[in-house]
Design a protein around this ligand. Structure first.
Ligand code: NAP
Length: 485
């Protein structure tokens, strides 16, 4: 952490109300650098009691925060965005240290996440209700959008900065207050964002951060009627558990869960471009993104040429520590994640797939490293077809017809992102309508930006982050009937 120009951005305590605090019993969680397992520091291991105090703080702050007129809230949010911009390099360093991704990617993540703040700050000024055409004489129905109240957010380790920033942007802009729990592996990015919110004069209690035992924290949230919504980004299995835990208090849910993205390359595609788009969608964050292409389906006529291009680019990726200049693929979050990749490759080769490059652990580089890999001959019975890989493995399979490609692409319970490479406009519209996914990238893989509704269907969850839809998840429609007119 010594490379930071502002070391006070590293907070080893949680933020509840106006105070940075420890766990009641002083227990801590160790935070490790995935590059070499070195200890970066500790954060509090909190439980139910501290979570309830965080909810108290958020509930106390709600009337004043929701009572601000939207352009005053917007000014405070713009100030927060300004603080993040000023500390972009430090925030990126913190992210690389705790998460492992290359510094340039980390900088991109912080900037991208922060860009949701001005978007939602302004979007809240346009959160219109309706004046409904009169249904009978003497009355006028109107609707307003009002903030839900206290919102809880639980975020993952793969995009610790942007996942919190884009949730907090919508939640705060809507007029809600926040209790958030970052992933235990990567809490410092979120704590630093909270510190910068304080410096931007976001009032005490509007943002509260609790680190600690996940089940104790979610049980407290699930049992507290004052928390009106939970927004969660993480695995589908945990998302389902949380849905059940939130049922007793009937919370609104926004679930951004796992994916199993198909990447379809048709024989009319611009192949060079298709390889570049595939690289961008597969190897960002060493393959640890929810929208990473997981299954690469290539029409038989261009299969060999596409695979040759892909192997060339994958073999040339520079693998190393996230702070080394020019590195494009860092370590996975831990040694278990690398071992899981190894097991998936062995499962695939055992069922007939061929490794064209990579395919091995890289213990000399560190315990979390796995070589960027291309395997050919994927079949639907392989783990790489069925499961979210979450690592730098690109499995390829050939197909013959458009119908077959769509059938294979939809043969999963997930429905987050999908990709199509084609130069045929009719095909791009036809196939994107037939794909059972919340998002389709045609000849492009950069799906996330503030202006668009990011999110999934089926086992990938529901709710949208970004776009005008993103604000609505944290507001409710209130209807008033004006009578006696
Ligand atoms: P995870 O294991 O589900 O954990 C996510 C968060 O949930 C962490 O903060 C974790 O806390 C917490 N958690 C775990 N069990 C909990 C419980 N019983 N109660 C309350 N909280 C609990 O997921 P992950 O491994 O961090 O993240 C990877 C997954 O996220 C992948 O499946 C990926 O696809 C998905 N993801 C989806 C999107 C999207 O937008 N759809 C974006 C990014 C990632 P601890 O860290 O303390 O265990």
């Amino acid at each position: 952490m010594q490379q930071l120009s502002d070391a006070t951005l590293i907070r080893h305590k949680c933020l509840i109300g106006h105070k940075w605090v420890d766990a009641d019993d002083g227990a801590v969680i160790e935070v490790l650098n995935p590059l070499d397992g070195a200890k970066l520091g500790t954060v509090p291991r909190m439980g139910s009691a501290e979570t309830i105090r965080a909810i108290d703080a958020a509930a106390d702050a709600f009337p004043a925060w929701s009572g601000l007129i939207p352009n005053v809230r917007a000014r405070l949010l713009h100030a927060w965005h300004g603080e993040i911009q000023r500390h972009l390099d430090d925030l990126a360093r913190i992210l690389t240290l705790e998460q492992g991704k290359p510094f340039a990617e980390a900088r991109g993540e912080v900037a991208m996440g922060a860009s949701y703040i001005p978007w939602f700050a302004e979007e809240a000024r346009r959160a219109y209700g309706a004046v409904i055409p009169v249904p009978r004489r003497g009355v006028q129905p109107i609707t307003r959008l009002q903030p839900l109240g206290v919102v809880a957010a639980i975020t993952p380790w793969n995009f610790p900065s942007s996942m919190l920033a884009r949730k907090a942007a919508a939640i705060l802009a809507a007029g809600c207050t926040l209790v958030c729990k970052p992933a235990s592996a990567t809490p410092y990015s979120v704590l630093a964002l909270a510190e910068l919110a304080k410096r931007a004069d976001i009032p005490d209690g509007v943002i509260n951060v609790v680190t600690g035992t996940p089940s104790a924290i979610s049980t407290a949230i699930g049992g507290d009627f004052r928390v009106r919504a939970l927004t969660f980004t993480g695995s589908t299995a945990v998302g389902k558990e949380l849905m059940a835990a939130m049922a007793p208090t009937m919370k609104r849910l926004c679930m951004e869960l796992g994916g199993n993205a198909p990447f379809l390359v048709f024989d009319d595609a611009d192949l060079e471009k298709a390889v570049d788009v595939c690289m961008a969608s597969k190897f960002r964050n060493a393959g640890q993104t929810c929208i990473c292409s997981n299954r690469i389906l290539v029409q038989r006529g261009v299969h060999d040429a596409f695979v040759k291009g892909l192997v060339g680019k994958v073999s040339a990726l520079k693998v190393g520590g996230g702070t080394e200049p020019g590195v494009q693929c860092g370590p996975l979050i831990d040694a278990d994640a690398a071992r899981k990749c190894d097991a998936m490759v062995q499962d695939a080769t055992g069922k007939g797939a061929k490794v064209l490059c990579g395919g091995t652990l890289l213990p000399d580089k560190g315990p979390g490293f796995f070589a960027p890999t291309v395997i050919d001959g994927m079949t639907p019975d392989m783990r790489v077809f069925r499961e979210e890989i979450f690592g730098p493995i690109a499995p390829v399979m050939a197909f013959d017809t458009e119908k077959e490609a769509v059938r294979l692409a939809n043969d999963t319970e997930f429905g987050l992102a999908s990709y199509v490479c084609t130069r045929d406009l009719g095909r791009s519209l036809r196939v994107s309508a037939a794909l059972e996914y919340g998002m389709v990238g045609v000849n492009d893989a950069v799906l996330a930006m503030p202006e668009v509704p990011f999110g999934g269907i089926k086992d990938s969850g529901h709710g949208r982050e970004g776009g005008f839809e993103g604000l609505r998840d944290f507001m409710e429609t209130r209807y008033t009937l004006l009578g006696g007119l």
